[in-house]
Design a protein around this ligand. Sequence first.
Ligand code: SAM
Length: 253
Amino acid sequence: MSAQYDAIGARYAGWKETPIPTYTEVPTVKRLLSGTIEGRSVLDLACGTGYYSRLFKQWGASKVVGVDVSDTMVAAAREAEAKAPLGIEYQTTDAATLPVLGSFDLATATYLLHYAETSEAMGLMCRNIAANLKPGGLLLALLPEPDYVMGQGETERYGFTYRLVAAGPEWQLVHADVHTNPPFSIEYRHWARGVFEKALQAARFTDLRWHPFEVSPEGLAKFGPGYWRDLIENPMSTILTARLPVSSGHRPI
Ligand SMILES: C[S@@+](CC[C@H](N)C(=O)[O-])C[C@H]1O[C@@H](n2cnc3c(N)ncnc32)[C@H](O)[C@@H]1O
């Protein structure tokens, strides 16, 4: 998977300026972390160009460590850090072989777990994430929506088009062309809901909760409700949160 993002590199950052991340994804992540992230340490897995790592620091995290399998993405993240330092550390590491880097309050996996090519690989990622969290620690994962209906609704106005490449009993592999300037293409899997849930539960995570994206008041005012209808009726992505059990002497994050 490193090769795919080694080729995309900093072009991925263009997607984050389009309406879906700006007016739905980021406001929803911010609301879910608000009141929790302030003063906490965060391990940002699949940090890419450091987009969320930087936001987490700006939202009040005390410490942020970003890890990604792609050298090119980590280089772009380090460049952003060098230009405007926030004190974020970045490392090139595969989440499937992630060592213990610390004992973090929060872990984020913004578009990571679905890149596991097998459910076993996803299980490994989840176990490694758990090993890096304190008891009671919180994981927030951004994921392709498991119930996404291919072919329903229009995506061009949101800045991408896609086609189904292959399907198995528990996943659908999609090729998406992202119409940013410059454009790029990616392939990713929509895994079944139960695969994520089983991988997390096997890694001792509890309190699993799915959170649909919301459209921010700014997004509604700028584009009107009709623009967002297809996304709300057939969301392409979603958020899953889960917690490690609390042990005696620790409070939940
Ligand atoms: C869609 S990008 C998301 C980047 C960032 N989290 C964001 O939301 O802007 C997916 C990222 O996952 C990384 N990735 C894929 N498989 C990985 C793995 N096994 N371990 C660590 N990072 C991985 C890719 O290199 C890429 O940077």
